[in-house]
Design a protein around this ligand. Sequence first.
Ligand SMILES: [Zn+2]
Length: 107
Amino acid sequence: MIQIVQDRGIARVACFCDVCDEEITNADGAMYRWNTRGAEFPVGSRDAPSFYHKGRCAESVARNKNAEGRGEIHPWMELRVFVIYLAANLDVDLERAKESAKRLALI
Ligand SMILES: [Zn+2]
């Protein structure tokens, strides 16, 4: 899950694993998933993404879903593309956003 963490006087955005609850600090080692609730995921459907470390945490989720026998489909993507897709969908100018973040960090 995405959360704001108060960290030594700075409120920072962080991503936590939905299995182990530890902070994900390297996007290359993590993924995000969502639930399509079966084969149908019509246009306009929405679901909050879940975030996982690759390996043991992601495997744990896959085992639990299978054990429940719900037949749900959980597509996943590499976490490293999450921010890029979100920025594109928010029409964020990444260079301008980086400059703004640098200025705000100095306040
Ligand atoms: Zn984890």
